[in-house]
Design a binder for this molecule. Structure first.
Ligand code: SF4
Ligand code: SF4
Length: 369
């Protein structure tokens, strides 16, 4: 039988956007660090979706008491996720991203950061940008950056924050990685800014994963607007019942890193808006070039600002700093919108896994034809 960690990789490869194999096997290092062999066997055996301890015990071939103990242990180490259903907990396995990597932010060290950077460049970055369903959506923070002053209800992060009963801020894995980078990074110090809502917040708080702290609605809004001013852009968890959002920077964001490695291969579809530029009023000050996280704004050899619309993810950062009001966001046509299909974040991630399987099958058939 194949090595348990290779089988674990295969299981992760069937989830969300995958976890591809590389020649060097660099993708196995972090798995070996955080999973014991027994954890890996349990993870491999676990079925898709939320499972009661009784269902899991049957599949794992152990008593319910033993299963509960193991599932709790794995949850407390960020290898499993749970949600409360009344008094009972239900458990589920989570993908590598978003999941294992973020829930193990405390364990990430310099070697992991370097290793993951190489894995991104070699294989992982491509699959994160491949396939259609996004893990997160880029959304503008301010409705007044959009032409008609309206955000789609699912994209209105400020309104969503105001409805929350429990909000938790936790440490960001991307920023943890950036602390090991040698380049200067102006926002590295702001580590505890991943925002979780509701059930996800409850899980992080109770397991003490990623240094969680409860914050108020006002504090969450303050972080949101402070970070927008500082040049960070928002990515919301892709689910109807949004489980949280990240304040991402162009020097830290792992998705952006993947997009840069595989430039123009999918990231622009992770948002529902596109910028429009009024060339006549633009005075080529270059502020939008500094703010843009994706090189949608560049400077040409004549020192003129050029808008490369195909790369724009619609974050709105350029709009709020343009001194001549030359920029505005426009909502994409209805048939190009990317909206979540499932209520819960990990259910949407499961859909991605199914989408990936179908696309991979079609690609294989096309390659054989
Ligand atoms: S910030 Fe506005 S004025 Fe300045 S270069 Fe960009 S579009 Fe032109
Ligand atoms: S041009 Fe750049 S900064 Fe402006 S909305 Fe698009 S991605 Fe954001």
């Amino acid at each position: 039988m194949e090595d348990v960690y290779e089988r674990l990789r295969q299981k992760l490869d069937s989830m969300t956007k995958g976890y591809p194999k590389t020649e060097k096997g660099s993708e196995l290092a972090f798995l070996k660090k955080v999973f014991t062999e027994e954890d890996a066997e349990i993870f491999i055996t676990f079925k898709r979706g939320l499972q009661t301890p009784e269902q899991a015990a049957e599949d794992m071939g152990m008593s319910v008491e033993d299963a509960k103990e193991k599932l709790e242990s794995m949850s407390n180490r960020g290898l499993m996720y749970w949600e409360r259903d009344g008094l009972e907990k239900k458990y589920r396995i989570v993908p590598f991203i978003h999941g294992i990597w973020e829930f193990n932010v405390d364990s990430i060290d310099q070697e992991d950061a370097i290793n993951m950077g190489q894995y991104y460049a070699e294989a992982y970055g491509k699959v994160l940008m491949d396939y259609h369903i996004p893990i997160a959506r880029v959304v503008p923070v301010r409705a007044d950056t959009v032409k008609d002053g309206k955000l789609l209800p699912d994209d209105d992060i400020e309104a969503i924050i105001k409805k929350q009963k429990l909000i938790v801020a936790s440490d960001c894995a991307c920023r943890k990685v950036a602390t090991f980078a040698k380049r200067h990074c102006p926002c590295t110090d702001e580590m505890n800014v991943c925002i979780a809502f509701g059930l996800m917040a409850e899980y992080l708080l109770e397991t003490k994963i990623a240094n969680p702290r409860v914050i108020t609605i006002e504090q969450a809004l303050e972080i949101l607007h402070h970070d927008e001013s500082a040049g960070l852009f928002v990515q919301m968890a892709h689910a109807k019942d949004c489980s949280g959002f990240c304040n991402c920077s162009k020097c830290h964001c792992g998705f952006l890193m993947a997009a840069k490695i595989h430039h123009g291969t999918g990231y622009e579809s992770w948002g529902n808006y596109k910028c429009a530029k009024d060339e006549e009023s633009c005075m080529d000050c270059g502020k939008c070039v500094e703010r843009c996280p994706v090189k949608a704004m560049t400077v040409n050899t004549d020192e003129k600002t050029v808008f490369n619309k195909e790369y724009c993810v619609g974050c709105g950062l350029c709009v709020t700093t343009c001194p001549t009001d030359s920029l505005i966001l426009e909502r994409k046509p209805d048939d190009q919108l990317t909206l979540p299909q499932e209520e819960k974040f990990f259910d949407n991630q499961d859909l991605m896994g199914l989408e990936k399987a179908q696309i991979d099958k079609a690609r294989l058939a096309a390659a054989k034809a």
